[in-house]
Structure formats: C-alpha cells, structure tokens
Design a protein around this ligand. Structure first.
Ligand code: SF4
Length: 228
C-alpha cells in the first residue's frame, strides 16, 4: 500500500537521471558501466531501499555542514566545480583551517567497512583529486562517518598532478568511445571485480564478452531496445 507508493517515488526520481556528461563520482568506476549509462541501456532495477540509504547518507552530510557553520571556520558547502566540457561535480565543502584552504569530501559507510578502513578508498581518492584539480587547491580532507555508530575518521590528501592527468586521460578516452559507439573492454578482472558483483549491467556485459566491440552492431545483434 504505502510502501509501494514510497518505492515507486524513489524509482521514478532515479529514472529521471539520464546521463549527459561525466560526473566526478564516475572516477574509478568501470568505464564500460559508465558507457552503458550514457547509452541509456536498461539497467536492472535499483532497490528503492538502497536509494533510501543514499538519501540517509546525504542527511548525515547536512549534519556535518551544520556543525562546520557553527564552528565559524570559514566554509562554503556544496560547491560546483568550474564549468568545462568534460566533467561536472559538486564538492561537499571548501573550508579554511589554520589559514589554509581544504576541499572536504564526506563519505558515510557502514560499521564493518569503517572498522576495516585504514586508508582512503581508491575511488574516493580519485574523486577528491579531481576536486583539488578543478578548484586549484592543494589539500583535501576525506571524512568518513560510520553511519551506524557515528564514529569519524579523516585522511588528509595532497594534490597529485600525475594521478589527475591519468584520470583526465581516461575520461577523454571514454568520451571518444561514447562518441564513436565503441563499447570499452570489461574490467581486467571481470567478473570477480567487486564492481561486477553490484553492476546493474551485468547481464548485457556478459552477452558482450570481455573485448572492446562496435556498440551498434552488437545492439542490433542482440536486439536491444532503441536508446531513449
Ligand atoms: S559487469 Fe563488471 S565489467 Fe561489466 S560493466 Fe559491470 S562492472 Fe563493468
């Protein structure tokens, strides 16, 4: 009854999000999965429960924003990166500590992952490096919150020019593949990579095989629904 209506609401919100450009959060994601999203390949239905979990994470972020403002340390929240062709994104905050500017990226994770966390997750490092690059700020803070126990861990990150350059090359190459309808290779450790375990495009990826292939030919062969 009411549960069905709430689930439907979350799913409709999610389905409205057609991808037209890269997001900072695509850094570290499987290129093939990002390609599928751009091509509007119908994905396995997202569990509305997961969407509610993401939303709860956003509420935790807002609590931290509130505290930062009350600390009066000089903070701007939800700051969009300067407009350019390739990527868009919004950093959680830029703040000033001891006369130095930092980009802040907040991540909420479950207790088990939090306990194991001894260093920033790779994909989170990629994302904050892109923020540092576009804001021209040399230092960032990755703040992890245990959403079950409310513990906090922080990691200070220094700008890494070489890493950012590799990330931007990766995005540029993927953009070209999207424009030329070339389906990228699967992850080198597909199907055991953790991303494959959660991938909404697993079925179509299995059908395509591991290698790079022409997308339109494949699509016709397997008779996928036309792109929206
Ligand atoms: S199944 Fe794995 S390799 Fe294939 S698209 Fe998904 S994440 Fe990428």
């Amino acid at each position: 009854m009411l549960k069905e209506l709430i689930d439907k609401f979350y799913l409709e919100q999610e389905n409205r999000k057609n991808q037209l450009h890269f997001y900072v959060t695509d850094a570290g994601k499987c290129q093939r999965a990002v390609f599928f999203k751009f091509k509007n390949v119908s994905a396995e239905k997202t569990d509305p429960r997961l969407l509610r979990i993401f939303e709860h994470g956003e509420l935790l972020h807002r609590n931290i924003f509130n505290i930062l403002y009350r600390l009066k340390i000089g903070v701007t929240t939800e700051v969009k990166i300067p407009e350019q062709e390739l990527i868009s994104g919004r950093a959680d905050a830029i703040l000033c500590l001891g006369g130095e500017n930092y980009v802040l990226d907040i991540k909420s994770i479950n207790s088990m992952a939090f306990r194991k966390l001894m260093a920033p997750k790779e994909e989170n490092l990629y994302q904050i490096q892109l923020y540092l690059h576009y804001f021209k700020i040399k230092k960032g803070i990755l703040l992890y919150i245990d959403k079950d126990m409310q513990e906090i861990k922080e990691f200070v990150v220094n700008y890494d020019e070489n890493l950012v350059s590799q990330l931007l090359i990766g995005f540029t190459q993927l953009k070209k593949k999207i424009e030329t309808d070339t389906l990228p290779v699967a992850l080198f450790d597909y199907p055991t990579n953790w991303q494959c375990g959660y991938c909404q495009y697993r079925q179509i990826c299995d059908m395509a095989g591991k290698q790079e292939i022409p997308w339109r030919e494949f699509k016709t062969r397997v008779q996928l629904a036309p792109e929206a």
